[in-house]
Design a protein around this ligand. Structure first.
Ligand SMILES: [Zn+2]
Ligand SMILES: [Zn+2]
Length: 239
């Protein structure tokens, strides 16, 4: 079993399929992906949401109440899933346990869908170099690579740089999240940016991180910034 797991890990790294697909959630034979048809059915979609911030709603809307009260800095959001069972398990394994096969599966599920609008450039939310060293990979960049390849959009990971190591957003409420990421990013090579850019992250909660990225991109003249995330997490309670 150990040897088999090792093979799977090697396979994930090289994006090669050495073994027939097997569901990462229940172990049943996979349906092309490392996910069976039943578990795939269980993944929580986010089709009915606010077009501006992707907040799940009872009825689709161009803008939700929150967006009307405080207009987001970005122009549109594309977040095809909700961060709930069983997708949260795959995401946690990808992000915190180094299970790249889970990331590859999530990227594939995302890339099979078409974005509402095609940008000229895809930019992943960067990790601070210390976090990158700890984790070994930027989970947003790996997802963005697959999206960029599939949609034939250019990807650049050197546009945004995280200049401040920030506290993990999960421990904070909405106001503290905004404060936490304020001035956390810096732009490099602003002169070569096109008019329409999409910023990619793995999970979006209040959108504070993506908002800060949109702010710095717009400040250097990007006309339209879309935010893309794999999954929308429920909003944290105000403390
Ligand atoms: Zn399954
Ligand atoms: Zn909204």
């Amino acid at each position: 079993m150990e040897a088999l797991n090792h093979l799977r890990r090697v396979g994930a790294h090289l994006s090669l399929r050495l073994l027939p697909p097997r569901c990462l959630l229940c172990g049943a034979p996979g349906d092309r992906l490392d996910l069976c048809a039943a578990c795939r059915e269980d993944l929580p979609g986010n089709a009915v949401c606010c077009a501006r911030c992707a907040l799940p709603l009872e009825h689709p809307a161009a803008q939700c109440g929150a967006c009307l009260r405080r207009e987001p800095r970005w122009d549109a959001a594309w977040v095809p899933f909700r961060y709930a069972w069983p997708l949260d398990r795959l995401e946690a394994r990808y992000k915190f346990s180094g299970q790249l096969a889970a990331g590859r599966t999530l990227a594939e599920l995302w890339a099979q869908r078409a974005p509402p609008a095609k940008p000229q450039l895809i930019v992943p939310v960067p990790l601070h170099r210390r976090r990158l060293r700890e984790r070994g990979y930027n989970q947003a960049l790996e997802l963005a690579r697959v999206l960029a390849r599939r949609q034939r959009v250019r990807l650049r990971h050197d546009v945004l740089r995280r200049v401040r190591a920030t506290q993990a957003q999960t421990e904070l409420d909405a106001t503290a999240r905004r404060r936490n990421v304020r001035d956390a990013f810096e732009i490099r090579m602003a002169s070569k940016l096109p008019a329409h850019v999409a910023v990619v992250d793995d999970v979006m909660t209040t959108g504070a991180t993506l908002s800060e990225c949109a702010r710095v991109l717009k400040r250097v003249g990007v006309k339209r910034v879309d935010v893309w995330a794999l999954a929308r997490a429920p909003l944290p309670r105000q403390r």
